[in-house]
Ligand binder design. Structure first.
Ligand SMILES: [Zn+2]
Length: 434
């Protein structure tokens, strides 16, 4: 796959995945097409050597894996981890209020978005609905695929300090315009029911009982810059890494035992049913490798690459970076270091990833946080802690992380992909001493 074809598919992925539920759905359809088999956690599993499988938890997290021809217990595992969620605005249980002839959407802040970027954007609504049908509970994704809400800024004439102060009062200022009020406003649940019948005309059900819905920017991904040097889109953190991992695992010539985890709820700390702090990954691996001694031996010789975007140097704020570590757009994947293990990288785990990059001629950059600022984290340290596995934290350089529209280099996702593709296909990974 070349750079242009890769970016075209990446844009399609970004467009079709406004929420984690859509992301796992999209990924599972790709794995099915490639001959992987769906597994459910409440079934018994019969796993065959040389075959691919995937499993979804709570609709928002997915694990996919391909078993080595020589068997799941005989060769080390190569694993990647990323997250499916992005900072957003989530609809409240009572989602609409009336104010001054307008129906407004009531939202709660999910994770840590750069809130000022959510103003004056054409917002769509998408997510999961939970339905009762014949005494069973069904969950379905929905996406209105329409600009249907906006959070208008206050005019500068009414706030002369607007360009000096950026504070957003979350409870007061985030109500979004949804529709003009009339004498007979339809309840919001009716709008949802209409959308469900639109997307699932064959589906009969008795009641709509729940939803997990989010706002998203309807403006799609784009190449930008005089020479198309940049990619701009919502949710690059961390759909970029989910896409890269998926394309890596979808290659026909993977070697050994290969696994991908794309996990929900990273942006809110990973502690949840589906989050990386939960039982999903350890329990799947323990089902595959039930003997504890064998499990420990294999994890000790396995590798985990945690993928999450890295902060590229912002040309207007270069003083925010450590002056010896200034990653640039379009200059290759970034290895992220933190002495307090907010990133799981060690000199030793980085050595394995550097080997891969050198072999496919992809340049490497490094990131370490400015000592005066607090470092973010990823699911890398969680995987290292819960599995006892060598882990390296890497990612594509990006600007405006957690903005509604983030920027990365047009070559960066593809370069990252080349290294992950090599990770999953290299005949034998470099072993480290015990
Ligand atoms: Zn992230």
């Amino acid at each position: 796959m070349n750079l242009t074809a890769f970016n075209k598919d990446f844009f399609d992925f970004l467009q079709q995945c406004p929420t984690p539920f859509h992301t796992t759905k999209y990924m599972s359809s790709q794995f099915l097409q490639a001959g992987f088999t769906a597994l459910h956690e409440n079934d018994e599993w019969k796993i065959k050597d040389g075959q691919g499988y995937y499993c979804i938890r709570d609709d928002g997290s997915i694990i996919a894996f391909k078993i080595a021809a020589s068997g799941k217990e005989n060769t080390p595992w190569r694993m990647t981890g990323a997250h499916t969620d992005s900072p957003s605005l989530q609809l409240k249980p009572t989602p609409v209020r009336k104010s001054h002839s307008l129906n407004q959407l009531c939202v709660e802040v999910y994770g840590g978005p750069l809130l000022t970027t959510w103003f004056d954007r054409d917002l769509g609504i998408a997510g999961r609905v939970s339905l009762l049908a014949n005494n069973a509970l069904l969950n379905r994704t929905i996406d209105f695929k329409k600009a249907m809400a906006i959070i208008p800024s206050l005019a500068i004439h009414l706030d002369r300090t607007a360009n000096k102060e950026h504070t957003v009062e979350k409870q007061k200022q985030l109500y979004a315009l949804l529709f003009q009020s009339t004498e007979k406003d339809p309840p919001f649940m009716d709008l949802l029911l209409q959308q469900i019948s639109h997307e699932y005309p064959e589906l009969t059900f008795d009641a709509l009982l729940g939803y997990d819905l989010f706002c998203y920017d309807t403006q799609g991904p784009a190449l930008l810059g005089l020479n198309d040097d940049f990619i701009v889109s919502g949710r690059l953190d961390n759909l970029l890494s989910c896409f890269v991992s998926m394309q890596g695992l979808l290659q026909k010539n993977t070697t050994g035992n290969c696994l991908l985890l794309c996990s929900n709820h990273e942006e809110i700390g990973s502690s949840s049913l589906a989050g990386a702090h939960g039982t999903f990954l350890p329990s799947v691996l323990k089902r595959l490798l039930p003997d504890p001694a064998r499990f420990n031996r294999l994890m000790n010789s396995s590798h985990f690459i945690s993928l999450d975007n890295a902060h590229a140097t912002h040309p207007n704020f270069s003083e925010k970076h450590d002056p010896q570590h200034l990653p640039l757009l379009n200059n290759g994947p970034v290895i992220k270091y933190n002495s307090n293990q907010r990133y799981a990288t060690t000199g030793r785990s980085a050595a394995m990833y550097k080997t891969l990059c050198h072999e496919v001629n992809v340049p490497i950059q490094t990131f370490v946080m400015n000592n005066d600022l607090t470092c973010g984290s990823t699911i890398g340290p969680i995987a290292a802690t819960s599995l006892g596995i060598q882990t390296v934290d890497i990612g594509a350089p990006s600007l405006a992380m957690h903005s509604i529209r983030e920027t990365t280099g047009a070559k960066d996702p593809y370069m990252l992909y080349q290294t992950i593709a090599h990770f999953f296909t290299r005949p034998i990974l470099p072993m480290t001493e015990a």
